[in-house]
Design a protein around this ligand. Sequence first.
Ligand SMILES: Nc1ccn([C@@H]2O[C@H](COP(=O)(O)O)[C@@H](O)[C@H]2O)c(=O)n1
Length: 295
Amino acid sequence: MQKIQVIEKKKKKMKQKRKTHAALKSIDSLMVDMPFANTDIGDDSVITSASEKNIKKKRKRNTGREKEDSKTMKKNKKQSQPNYFISLPITNPKIIGGIQALQDIIVQKDHRLSKAMVRYGSLHITLLVMHLSTEEEVGIAVGAFLESKDSIEELLQGKQLDLSFQGIDDFKNEVGFVKLAEGDCTAMLMEISETMKKIFQEKGILAGENRAFKPHLTFMKLSKSPDLRKQVKKIDPNLYKNFKSHYFGNETLHRLDLCSMLKKKQPNGYYHCESSITVRGGNKSQFKDYMEILY
Ligand SMILES: Nc1ccn([C@@H]2O[C@H](COP(=O)(O)O)[C@@H](O)[C@H]2O)c(=O)n1
């Protein structure tokens, strides 16, 4: 009877050992995928010199690998960073004038911020960003862009799309923008952006961002000047408090452009355009007034 009990006890012990081993093994495999897998947590146990050497070797290997990983990540990030975008140009002189007045007031209060101001020739709403790595891809994107005209006009059903600009907001106090009054028109703008994104993606173009589309009209951004960025970390919202609910005017959608972020801008200050589409129902006289201001 006693012998059986001893055997049973031994069996139990073995079973427990196997269980613990399996559990440790599965934790190990999980740790490999964790961000802290290679970090030195540090503990208070004594490390023998042999294992210390091994750890040092492993660390050296890991830091080398980490450096390589971060280099690859930076390269990948650069390769997928947007360099083209679809722009809805702002052409209404009333909006442009209002933004100039706002920019002047801000610069009067802090001269350094003049470097952050968006020039009036390039005021726009970004509908979609994308990365195009070769001229061949630019060609494919132009094709997708031209193709999207019919879908946009179908969405609009011959109606004019009037966008109303009122009030100011910011992204992380680093980008100042005029807000679009929310309503049917901004919902339509979102639909247009979504439709275009699908068309581009179907052609294999890397288009769109992870964040949700938030239509906005940028009038200043610290990232325009790396020097300024070192001096000014955040835009003080008090600088534009008098414009917090100012009505800037309306813009009717009449044209969209596929623009480069990096190629040299046009003499009028607007981006380099690869292609443009005019949208049926757009306000041509507003566009004519704008061209008269620019030239
Ligand atoms: N939801 C968003 C959208 C844009 N930004 C940043 O704002 C800057 C200005 O964008 P524009 O397209 O108007 O030139 C740009 O640096 C975007 O990254 C953002 O932070 N959040």
